[in-house]
Structures are given as structure tokens and as C-alpha cells.
Design a protein around this ligand. Structure first.
Ligand code: NAD
Length: 289
């Protein structure tokens, strides 16, 4: 069965809009998301566009701050300080990656954890790890929402996560091992130094691929009936497309589809759910104020 991330995102957008309409009617605080986009990376620009568009659809307010890649680290930190102070902004994100001369960790640390709707700040990460209330990192939160809405059983399942980034693989492994639903999995976190990744993947009831290598997970790495979540978004050349490229995931979808019980497509799988999770966090931030 295909997990329709795009469709689910639309459904949740409608639910969020109803909530925002009710807030508006009673004269409450309309959620306001700001996004900072540095440079002209086309993928980043497209992600931010989707986020702003989602805001419009859900009745949120949004602000886009675009800066040239020549911006200094100090200038960017000043923008963040202003957003931290700005009473009108409930949550904000700084789209990654940033130009090389800017320290991403410094930027992440500068964001007020109460406005950190991407859930990247160590305060939110730490709270998440301890099962406390926090802004969950957007992509893992989107995946958790997918599992929950599709009522996929996770308790006692063996989950294998491929990739250990701070924003996807590592938090995903923590969330699925927590004592909760979705969760209660036995989790194996694999990465570039894992010895025999294929045999690790073959043990997975739930396989989550977040590496950034096109079609890395082939059918012979997937157990019959596994739930396969493909986080990868990779541009591969395709002369038949006007753009000259198409998007593929980290999973070889065509061969893996037949073996899986559930699978997310790329595009229209995890991507729209990441945006949705960001909006759920923004609404939460607005309510907490
Ligand atoms: P990253 O580059 O920060 O991390 C990649 C991870 O993969 C690393 O931990 C590395 O150890 C592991 N890895 C690399 N090569 C490997 C190999 N040969 N075998 C096993 N592990 C290997 O990437 P990221 O930010 O986590 O993103 C991963 C992918 O997910 C990218 O394609 C990215 O574009 C995509 N992504 C999608 C969304 C979404 O909303 N769908 C959000 C974030 C990232």
C-alpha cells in the first residue's frame, strides 16, 4: 500500500485551517511562521516556497526573509536575534544548508528553543530524547504522524534506520524507541560505517532510509511485508523532463514496492509531511504564547 504523504498533508492542512479559523473568530493569536532563506540553492528555495504555500493554505501568517549568500554569520545571527525578540513571530526556521562560511551549529543554537519549530535546538532534542514535551524535528515528526494516521503497528517491531544525521536518522531512532505509540520498537541505527548494511536492513519490519543516495535500498535488502519509509530526496538527471532532472528517493521504489506492506513514494511521501509537521509545531508555538 502506498502511503499518500501528499494526501495526508492536505487532510491535516484542512484540520489546521479549521483550528486557525476558530482562533481568528475568537480574536486569538494567528500562528505566524517566518523562514530565513540564504543564497539561491534551488532545492532550498523550493522547500521554503512549499512551506510558505502551506501557511497560506492553512490560514497561517508567513514571512520570508531572503538573503544573499554573501551575508556574514554576524548579520545572520542578528536576524535570528530579531526574530527571537519579535512578538509577532511564533516560530521560525533557517533553511539549511547554509553557505560554508556560516557555522550551522552556531545558527541552530542561536534560535530561541520556544520558537524552534524545526526542532533542531539541543534543548528540544534533549527534551525529545527524554520523552518530555518538545518541538519534535519536523521530518521525524512527519513520519511519526504518517505511521499514526495509517494506524501502522510499531510496538515490538524491529525498526532499522539508515543514516544518522541530527535532523533525520538519529531523532527518528530515538522517537521509535520511546515508550509510546508510534514507538516501542527495537531500533537499529545504521550508517556509513555499518559493516553489512544489507543484512541489517533485511531484519527490518520498519525500514527508514535517510542517506541521500539515489535508489540505495534495493529489493534484496528488504524483508517481505516491511513498512518502507523513504526520506531521501535526490535530483537525478532526466533529459525527458523540462527541468532536466527528476526526484528519486533513497529506495529503489519500483523493485521494493512489491515486497513492502506500506511504502512512501518520492516525491509526495515524506516531503509534504515534513512541511505539515513544521506547521503543527508552529500552531503549538502560537498556542503556547
Ligand atoms: P546527511 O547527509 O546529513 O546524512 C546522511 C547520513 O547517511 C549520514 O549519517 C551517513 O552516515 C549516512 N550514509 C551516507 N552514506 C551511507 C552509506 N553508503 N551507507 C550507510 N549510510 C550512509 O543527510 P540528511 O540530512 O539526513 O538527509 C538524508 C536524505 O534525506 C537526503 O536525500 C535529503 O535530501 C533527504 N531529506 C528529506 C527530507 C524530507 O522532508 N523528505 C528532509 C530532510 C532530508
Amino acid at each position: 500500500m502506498i502511503i499518500d504523504g501528499k494526501g495526508l498533508a492536505e487532510t491535516i492542512k484542512g484540520e489546521l485551517k479549521l483550528e486557525v479559523d476558530a482562533i481568528r473568530e475568537r480574536g486569538g493569536n494567528i500562528p505566524h511562521l517566518a523562514a530565513v532563506l540564504v543564497g539561491d540553492n534551488p532545492a532550498s528555495a523550493s522547500y521554503v516556497r512549499n512551506k510558505v504555500r502551506f501557511c497560506e493554505g492553512a490560514g497561517f501568517e508567513s514571512t520570508l526573509i531572503r538573503k544573499d549568500s554573501s551575508i556574514t554569520e554576524e548579520e545572520l545571527l542578528e536576524i535570528i536575534a530579531d526574530l527571537n525578540e519579535n512578538e509577532d513571530v511564533d516560530g521560525f526556521i533557517v533553511q539549511l544548508p547554509l553557505p560554508e562560511h556560516i557555522d550551522e551549529d552556531k545558527v541552530t543554537m542561536a534560535i530561541d528553543p520556544r520558537k524552534d519549530v524545526d526542532g533542531f535546538h539541543p534543548v528540544n532534542f534533549g527534551k525529545m530524547a527524554q520523552g518530555l514535551d518538545a518541538f519534535l524535528p519536523a521530518t521525524p515528526y512527519g513520519i511519526m504522524t504518517m505511521l499514526q494516521r495509517y494506524e501502522i503497528e510499531t510496538s515490538g517491531k524491529h525498526c532499522v534506520v539508515v543514516g544518522r544525521s541530527n535532523i533525520v536518522g538519529t531523532p527518528m531512532s530515538i522517537l521509535l524507541s520511546r515508550k509510546a505509540y508510534p514507538g516501542n520498537c527495537t531500533v537499529t541505527l545504521t550508517h556509513s560505517r555499518t559493516k553489512d548494511i544489507a543484512s541489517e536492513c533485511l531484519r527490518a519490519d520498519i525500514l527508514i532510509a535517510a542517506i541521500g543516495i539515489p535508489n540505495f535500498i534495493s529489493a534484496d535488502m528488504v524483508k517481505e511485508g516491511a513498512v518502507v519509509i523513504d526520506v531521501g530526496i535526490n535530483r537525478v538527471e532526466d533529459d525527458s523532463r523540462k527541468s532536466g532532472y527528476r526526484l528519486v528517493g533513497d529506495v529503489d521504489y519500483d523493485s521494493v514496492y512489491g515486497k513492502s506492506s506500506y511504502i512512501t513514494p518520492v516525491p509526495k511521501g515524506v516531503g509534504p509531511m515534513t512541511v505539515t509537521a513544521l506547521m503543527m509545531n508552529t500552531l503549538k508555538a502560537a498556542k503556547q504564547k
